[in-house]
Design a protein around this ligand. Sequence first.
Ligand SMILES: Cc1cc2nc3c(=O)[nH]c(=O)nc-3n(C[C@H](O)[C@H](O)[C@H](O)COP(=O)(O)OP(=O)(O)OC[C@H]3O[C@@H](n4cnc5c(N)ncnc54)[C@H](O)[C@@H]3O)c2cc1C
Length: 556
Amino acid sequence: MSEIETTVLIVGGGPVGLVGAQLLGRRGVKTLVAEKYPARLEAPKAHALNPRSLEICEAAGLPMDAIHAVATPTEDGAYVRMVETLSKAPIGAITYERQDAAVRALTPWPLINIEQPRFEEIVEGSIHSLPSVELRRGLEWLECLQIGNSVVSTLRDRTSGETVKVRSRYVIACDGANSAVRDGVGIAMDGPEGLANHMMIHFEANLRPVVKDIPGILYFLFGPGINGVLIAYDIEKTWVLMHPCGPDASEVEFDEARCRAAVLSAVGADVPDLVIKGVRGWMMSAQVARRYRDGQVFLAGDAGHRFPPTGGLGLNTGIADIDNLTWKIATVEAGWASPDLLESYEPERRIIAQTNMGQSLANAFRIRTLFEALGYAPDQTVTADVFHGRLADPAGRATIDEAIAYQKDHFDSLRLQLGYAYSDALAGDQYLPISEFAQKCVEGARLPHIALQNSASTLNLVNPDGFTLITGREGASWHALVPLAGAPLACKVEGADFSVPGTPWSERMGLAATGAVLVRPDGHILAIALTDDAADISRLGQALAGCLRPQLQGTA
Ligand SMILES: Cc1cc2nc3c(=O)[nH]c(=O)nc-3n(C[C@H](O)[C@H](O)[C@H](O)COP(=O)(O)OP(=O)(O)OC[C@H]3O[C@@H](n4cnc5c(N)ncnc54)[C@H](O)[C@@H]3O)c2cc1C
């Protein structure tokens, strides 16, 4: 038996665990990532990395050029298409999220499509250069015991069979939807499980000759033939067919011949270079963990929430979870904050997971309107006559087009991606369509992105290793707060440290030129001062103290 001591044990080397290691490692926190599989699973799952995830990746110091270099070309990932088979003329199409130039006014990083394993590979490459991070593959977490403020975990080296004990101050469960850690500490999931079942058939083929000049990232398959969704990670190579199946279907039944048959009927043409790479069962659930924390054990990513894939929010929500948690752990470990800071993790992130879960579920139900428009019976079947009859009939066609347009929220959810706040300040926005997003300078929201004169973003002003005060042109007096902060506090004054083209930044934020915005290490606004009068300065000072030492603040 071997024993290891570390500050943070991350269980699971999937995307959320790896990004967590990057975020902690960049801040010098000793971190061990235990991943049970000896090698990365090649099945591509997530494809959408949304703007907020990419903003977090940039702030974490990940190589953005490398991420973009392996992403699906924008022109291939810009549409969702409704088809009977891939080789027939599409029934309709809808644009996929906002990847156009206009969205750059709202984020420096429009959404990209990328195979999940390629993203993981890049993050893993990056964490290898961080001296405080170790990734051990083939190490499976089994159980833990919490003693005071430390956690002793028992893991098993799956190659040698050796038992490994890891003593850590924190365990972060990033071990996915069937989290052993979550079960081990007795945290229940709320919400329905097993809403639908799919076989994810991963295959390789160059389908460019079939797709021709109508590329798409997703092809929803309707009609009397095969139903399901084709995901085109790379039109010339990497695809997944999400094939609906019964709850009792097993991967064993889906042998190579059956998978080939399913793919061929989805394509509707011969595929000479078809290679079936693998098949995995996948169960759709809509659940959020009842708690995100048990003592020193925290849940992040799919361990804390299981969403329907309709919305592309699972991985993205996980990245924002781990971003929220890791700066807090690093700040506590640096001695700048009391451990009470960690109590804000669950209330800040769980409600976001509930919202995103609700939207993903609504999207899954919304698709039903299209099934109905296409003539499907309540048992989800349709005959060729009814299906083709609806398409040929002008009134039927109008209903179908309307039902396709009605899917907009499913594929354009910018407000969910960027417009959430760790406060009630944006509560009123919940009544707007989720595609409507306007940046707002309010407490709890992410700092609005405005392009700087030098083409970088205001987001690049945020110091990920401490707090940041961004002030208007006449805000130099805010420097006085820096030595009193009790934590690293960078002060960025408009005109001296940055400038924006056109209307001054402070005016765009609704502040006087003496005003300031106090930003957390994760880029969310902690407090706002409209001016630099004594009351404003005191309020910002108190906001910072309240964040770092909430109990002391309460008793002062
Ligand atoms: C077809 C499909 C398409 C999707 N598309 C999108 C999308 O476009 N956008 C999006 O945001 N999300 C999408 N998702 C969801 C996304 O894939 C998940 O949300 C994401 O993988 C969650 O990441 P994670 O790191 O939390 O968990 P996982 O990716 O599940 O990683 C968990 C890791 O923990 C390891 N592990 C498990 N148990 C143990 C243990 N006991 N000890 C040690 N290690 C352990 C596992 O081996 C694994 O590597 C999609 C999912 C599917 C199936």
